[in-house]
Design a protein around this ligand. Structure first.
Ligand code: GCW
Length: 723
């Protein structure tokens, strides 16, 4: 009997501990840990003695609930709700709802923010000190509230707090590549969080927590469905389901969007065509938009992938992308909706370099899209590679609002098994100079509308979220979701600041933890480039799932799906000549880039093989040959992962057991795979270079045939029908 009791107690403890730990991952960066530093916590409590909220909308309720919850976590005591302002009250309310006597102290400040911005200010009314969190809109107050809590999580001083902040980009949107059967294209964190089957009745707590997490970083839109779209989501039954999600997200300032399959009028309606110039088709979409808006009045609009990778589109009817986009834009315009039309197009029938095709197809349409259309452009001209130069479209469509599309899910960067801090990649792209209006015409300025004076602006991130208990599978995958949101809010933020915030909020404020881990995160993106695709190599991943190396693949039906298309290795050398002697993709970039990159000597080495086909013994800046550099860089990537691992091993005391062990195991996988990449890629290229590996690079463990024989039919993230 006694024995049984002991066992059940042990089991109970195990369950409790397990749940406790899982919760840590589930809570993302909203941990609200107890502030143990007595001095600090006293000071906070001195400044915040109670909460006074003006207004009782669902958004303000969400804000006050969040602050009560955080307060409880920070100080292990309840924050008192007040019915009138007292000394050291924390006061929440929009400009419109705050009492008149508070406003003079803020009057000058409102001009510093836009409609979604916020002010957090310590003021004094007579002798009464207050901290006010306000904005011109309710969602501004909500953002300010989350920001205030972040200040506490970061252990910043609040005595004299003054923050005026506002988003620099308007549409800050997650793109879920989630299918209605709950598989997720390029999803590595389980199945889709949208439980379509049980919607609209069953509302999972995750929906609310998803909204909280997004609002906390300012994300204000979510496209629920895959761009490889099913028209079914536009049917009445699904619109009801979408409405249920929209209702949950609304208080958090998040609009829902859907992907529109261009052939929906054929599949859902009984039309014989989906020609965008056909009046019946136009009416069908208008009616469909009216139907959606009647149910979801603040529906955001449509995201469309057309005439790309087999998706239907206006080209099927001899019409253009402008015809297609404008038709949909017209349908949603009366409801203030927008259309995000993707520029990710390339065709197997076009013999031109794939990197050039989107530009060739879209640039001639500059200025012809309706003003509620955003053209959504991937960060690089090929496809979310570990490194690409910026997409030349960013420097070539001054009369069109261009939306950035980043990929948060790591399709080509180690799935959810590798620790890769993507804000470093995002920052690199945003900081690139397009030179379209002379020096300083950065991609960030194109995207935030400041360069070409655009009203409509946006940034999209392909989500890495799934049913995994901690949302993203890799605990550090959460940092990429967080970082995307922060950069969509302010594309000029440094990745260093983002890493530091995230580490402190998610794990620990201790500098002994934050500093070394920050360094590892910031190095992690370069590490993956080094062990996978150094020096400008790209798209040499295995077929279909893109898991692992496959530089040898040359038998796929579409030429541009084969890795050999991208590296062009032969006995003479390696790399894609995109100068005037080759595809001349370079001409799509402005001066001085086109000039500078036309010679390998003046091309940044990180882009060398992207733009040039060079001999294996080409001498690089360090005096060593290209082959030697290639080998050494792969090896450096492996060494970087080893360093990440040993740094992590020193962090055990700062991290709960579950997350600590999970990251340790994932780093083991990453190290194994980094070596796999190094060995497979070098054994393959060695066939052509016919040169020895430098001494510091170990001989591959297996021969090339072994690497070629590896097969992973069930690697995650693919549609089973592709096999
Ligand atoms: O990155 C590629 C992916 C496809 C994806 C496509 C796209 C949704 O391999 O899975 O399809 O890009 O962005 O449309």
């Amino acid at each position: 009997m006694m024995y049984c009791k002991k066992i059940s107690l042990a089991l109970l403890l195990l369950v409790l501990t397990f749940n406790g730990y899982s919760q840590r991952g589930y809570d993302l960066w909203l941990q609200y840990d107890e502030i143990e530093d007595q001095k600090l916590s006293k000071e906070y409590l001195k400044n915040v003695s109670g909460l006074m909220v003006f207004g009782d909308s669902p958004t303000l309720k969400a804000a006050s609930n969040e602050i009560m919850r955080a307060h409880q976590g920070f100080f292990k005591k309840e924050l008192k709700r007040q019915i009138s302002i007292k000394a050291n009250s924390l006061v929440l309310g929009t400009k419109e709802d705050l009492p008149a006597y508070v406003l003079p102290a803020l009057e000058q400040d409102y001009s510093k923010i836009n409609d979604e911005g916020f002010l957090i200010k310590k003021i004094k009314i007579g002798n009464t000190p207050l901290i006010v969190i306000t904005g011109k809109s309710e969602v501004g107050v909500l953002y300010g509230t989350f920001r205030f809590m972040r200040e506490l999580q970061l252990h910043n001083k609040i005595e004299e707090i003054y923050i005026a902040d506002a988003p620099k980009i308007q549409k800050r949107v997650l793109n879920h590549w989630d299918n209605l059967d709950r598989t997720v294209e390029r999803g590595y964190a389980g199945f889709s969080i949208w439980d379509w089957h049980h919607l609209p009745e069953l509302i999972k707590p995750e929906y609310m927590d998803y909204a909280r997490a997004n609002a906390s970083i300012g994300i204000n839109g979510t496209v629920l469905t895959n761009v490889n779209a099913s028209s079914l989501v536009l049917s009445p039954m699904y619109i009801e389901k979408v409405k249920a999600l929209a209702d949950i997200f609304r208080p958090y300032g998040i609009q829902v969007y859907l992907t529109a399959r261009f052939s929906a009028p054929l599949e859902l309606g009984d039309l014989a065509t989906a020609d965008p110039l056909d009046p019946e088709v136009r009416k069908w979409w208008k009616d469909k938009a009216d139907e959606i808006y009647a149910t979801i009045p603040d529906f955001g609009g449509f995201l469309v992938k057309a005439n790309s990778e087999g998706q239907p589109g206006p080209n099927n009817y001899g019409r253009s992308h402008v015809d297609g986009a404008n038709m949909l834009a017209e349908a949603v315009a009366p409801h203030n909706g927008i259309v995000m039309w993707r520029a990710f197009v390339y065709s197997e029938h076009d013999p031109d370099d794939r990197a050039k095709q989107a530009y060739s197809e879209f640039v001639p349409f500059d200025g012809q899209f309706r003003d509620n259309v955003l053209v959504q452009v991937k960060n690089g001209p090929i496809d979310f590679q570990p490194r690409e130069p910026f997409h030349p479209i960013f420097g070539a469509m001054p009369n069109t609002p261009l939306m950035m599309e980043f990929q948060i899910t790591q399709e080509y960067l180690g799935f959810s098994s590798h620790l890769v801090f993507l804000p470093k990649l995002f920052e690199e792209v945003l900081d690139e100079d397009t030179f379209v209006k002379g020096e300083g015409s950065t991609v960030a300025k194109v995207i935030d509308g400041s360069l070409h004076n655009k009203k409509l602006t946006g940034m999209a991130g392909v989500a890495n979220i799934g049913t995994a208990k901690n949302w993203t599978n890799h605990p550090f995958g959460q940092a990429n979701w967080y970082g995307f949101g922060r950069l969509a809010w302010d594309p000029y933020l440094s990745s260093e600041k983002i890493a530091e915030e995230w580490l402190k909020m998610t794990f620990s404020n201790d500098n002994e933890f934050v500093e070394p881990m920050k360094e590892q995160m910031l190095n992690s993106r370069e590490a993956v480039v080094k062990y996978m695709t150094p020096l400008g190599l790209h798209h040499i991943m295995a077929t279909g799932h893109h898991y692992g190396p496959g530089p040898w693949v040359d038998d796929l039906s579409r030429p541009e799906w084969n890795p050999v298309y991208y590296h062009k290795a032969d006995s003479l050398g390696v790399g894609f000549d995109r100068t005037a002697t080759g595809s001349n993709a370079l001409e799509q970039y402005a001066e001085p880039i086109s000039q500078q990159y036309s010679s390998p000597e003046t091309t940044p080495e990180k882009y060398l093989l992207w733009f040039h086909h060079l001999p294996w013994d080409y001498e690089m800046k360090n005096g060593k040959t290209l082959w030697t550099n290639l080998a050494l860089t792969h090896q450096e990537g492996v060494e970087d992962v080893k360093e990440m691992k040993s740094t992590w091993e020193e962090m055990e005391e700062y991290v709960d057991k579950e997350r600590y062990e999970r990251v340790s195991m994932l780093l083991d996988i990453q190290l194994k795979e980094a070596k796999w990449w190094r060995d497979a890629v070098l054994s393959y290229f060695q066939k052509f270079s016919d040169m020895e590996l430098p001494d510091s690079v170990p001989q591959p463990e297996h021969d090339l045939e072994y690497y070629k024989s590896l097969n992973h039919p069930y690697a995650p993230g693919i549609n089973p029908s592709w096999n």
